[in-house]
Design a protein around this ligand. Structure first.
Ligand code: PMT
Length: 263
């Protein structure tokens, strides 16, 4: 059961030339993954992933946000890297350390996330949007800290729907675009509506009314809604779900792509 990675050839510390150098780290990683049966089926591809929340500033010290931890998106980034992809991770504020091999774009607001996603969209063959993007932003951000003085009303204005914009502007028909949705009721119906309206290939619907999954937790469970089917992913660690989502992305690319493109 032992697999030997042969040493590299070249000049050695002892002054001789020959076999004896530390093998290239990339070679060690690639051979280790191959022995472990981890497929490199995303080699040569760019996967664009969004993760975490967005923060919409109210004043210099307050914002509108949500409790996305970024764990789901970071798990997909890590899984895609292990399968050989170049990963661009556009992330809202989180407490996580991004995978070192990812190209990371840190953003705060929905508008910044949109700009970063649009900048990298053309190079991506797969886009997966796990980010919990604010649907509304504050119309008039105060330059100074707002003082407490009884009731107040915040005027909000809708943010750009990044996922819908991607669905409307596919750079090539083979691009796979997957959104996530956190729902508390009528999850499948809402996911199907998002799939149709945003013209994407799949919506991964988390029923966040279930305890122990979704926002902030280590585990998730979902139903992946596509035009053709509903795929149940039972509760599992987020990294395992990340692998399932990537497999679905690859499967979506194969036969029925022409129908997807014409939706
Ligand atoms: O980050 P974790 O703590 O690990 O939690 C994971 C998660 C629960 C946040 C994640 O798995 C999830 O469900 N993300 C989607 C959250 C959500 O409610 O999305 P939505 O239904 O508001 O949006 C649907 C899709 O449109 C999402 O892909 C979202 O990125 C996208 N969207 C939404 C609004 C907007 N203005 N632009 C967008 O692109």
């Amino acid at each position: 059961g032992v697999h030997v990675i042969e040493p590299g050839l070249g000049y050695l510390a002892c002054g001789m030339v020959g076999a004896g150098r530390l093998a290239d780290p990339e070679k060690i990683v690639a051979e280790t993954l191959a022995v472990l049966g981890v497929s490199q089926d995303l080699a040569g591809e760019t996967v664009l992933i969004t993760a975490g929340p967005t923060y919409e500033p109210i004043d210099p010290v307050r914002f509108l946000g949500n409790s996305s931890s970024g764990k789901m998106g970071y798990a997909i980034a890590e899984a895609a890297i292990r399968r050989g992809a170049k990963v661009v991770l556009v992330t809202g504020p989180t407490a996580l350390t991004p995978p070192s091999a990812a190209e990371v774009v840190q953003v705060e607001t929905a508008e910044q996330m949109r700009n970063a996603v649009m900048e990298h969209f053309a190079e991506a063959s797969i886009v997966i949007k796990t980010a919990a993007v604010a649907d509304y932003t504050v119309k008039q951000r105060s330059d100074q800290k707002i003082k407490r003085k009884g009731e107040m009303t915040l005027e909000l204005t809708p943010t750009a729907d990044i996922l819908a914009e991607l669905g409307a502007r596919r750079v090539k028909p083979s691009q796979i675009i997957i959104g996530f949705a956190a729902e508390t009721e009528h999850g499948i119906a809402h996911a199907r509506e998002k799939l149709r309206n945003k013209k994407v290939d799949a919506i991964v619907m988390n029923d966040v009314s279930q305890a122990g999954i979704g926002f902030g937790s280590e585990r998730n469970a979902a139903t992946v809604v596509t035009t053709h089917e509903e795929i149940d992913i039972p509760e599992m660690p987020k990294f395992a779900m990340a692998q399932r989502v990537l497999e679905i992305a690859l499967k979506l690319r194969t036969p029925q792509k022409s129908e997807v493109a014409s939706r």
